[in-house]
Write a protein that binds this ligand. Structure first.
Ligand SMILES: [Zn+2]
Length: 302
């Protein structure tokens, strides 16, 4: 299986982070609500990224936007060295918010936004975007759907709201019999079809798919469930051999960088292992002359 476009040999790496409220082992939120994954997690990650010139993209959930300390922390990041965007978990924002907040202790988010009525999905995205603009002072360009639950309509909504980049597609995976990305049309960034997010089409928003191989290995340094450094390297090698232009899109959650705030990293040791995998990946990519971009800097050429 090859996804080669002739003459396009550039190599780009994008690191995307879903920014969540602290959670437990099955994603149920902390009770009382805490946000160590923001202040401590990103507090550790951002300097490591800056050391290698990586520009992480923080895609922020509405459950984080209610916490003033998290908002202050994110607002203080130097935007020459990262990008802020949005990440919808629709149960935390109206219309029809299942959890009304502002206190999101002990919530169990399970919604897939592609299952909302179209008008409800649009208004949730609009409210999320307006809230982001109010808190951060500019219009977001980049988005990922919670639980990867996007559809063509999602991207049409995002276009209307001024977004230029989406990263909800997880090639070769299907989720809960609701979303099916099992037959990817491109593993490089592409303009998707509103009828099938996996197919190349006429939408103007750029889809930057998460990097996953056909054998379902992710470029994701998450301990216990996803990839160690050797597996990350395998994904990088596979993409370089089969995908051109090579645009690697890695993802994980901020809360994985702090012990016991996600289903994955349980201990300090897990977090240390994860940071080692992240740093070793950055070193490898630097040696291989990758360009580090934010999501909104990515083009269909790389
Ligand atoms: Zn999420």
């Amino acid at each position: 299986m090859d996804f080669i476009q002739k003459g396009k040999a550039s190599r780009t790496y994008v690191l995307t982070i879903d920014v969540e409220i602290d959670a437990g082992r099955k994603w149920k939120t902390s009770n009382p609500a805490t946000y160590e994954g923001v202040t401590k997690g990103i507090g550790i990650l951002q300097p490591l990224c800056e050391k290698y010139g990586v520009k992480p993209v923080y895609l922020i959930s509405p459950a984080v936007m209610v916490d003033p300390a998290s908002v202050d922390f994110l607002n203080a990041l130097d935007r020459d060295h990262c990008e802020l965007g949005t990440h919808l978990h629709g149960e935390y924002i109206g219309p029809q918010a299942r959890f009304t907040g502002e206190n999101f202790s002990g919530c169990d988010p399970k919604d897939m936004q592609c299952e909302y009525e179209e008008v409800v999905e649009f208004e949730k995205l609009e409210n999320l975007t307006e809230k982001f603009i109010k808190l951060f002072g500019f219009a977001p360009k980049s988005f990922r759907a919670g639980r990867f639950g996007a559809r063509g309509w999602t991207l049409e909504c995002l276009e209307k709201l001024g977004y230029t980049h989406d990263t909800s597609v997880t090639p070769f995976r299907q989720w809960h019999d609701v979303v099916d990305y099992s037959k990817p049309g491109s593993l490089s960034p592409y303009y998707p079809s509103k009828d099938n997010l996996c197919a190349v089409g006429d939408l103007k928003i750029i889809e930057v798919p998460v990097s996953i191989t056909p054998d379902l290995t992710w470029l994701r340094p998450t301990p216990r469930r996803f990839s160690d450094f050797e597996q990350c390297k395998k994904v990088i090698d596979w993409y370089e051999g089969h995908v051109s232009p090579t645009v690697l899109c890695s993802m994980f959650h901020n809360v994985e960088l702090v012990p016991d705030k996600s289903p994955y990293s349980r201990t300090e040791e897990d977090c240390k292992d994860m940071l080692n995998t992240i740093e070793n990946t950055f070193k490898l990519l630097s040696e291989r002359n990758y360009t580090f971009k934010t999501l909104s800097q990515v083009t269909v050429e790389g």
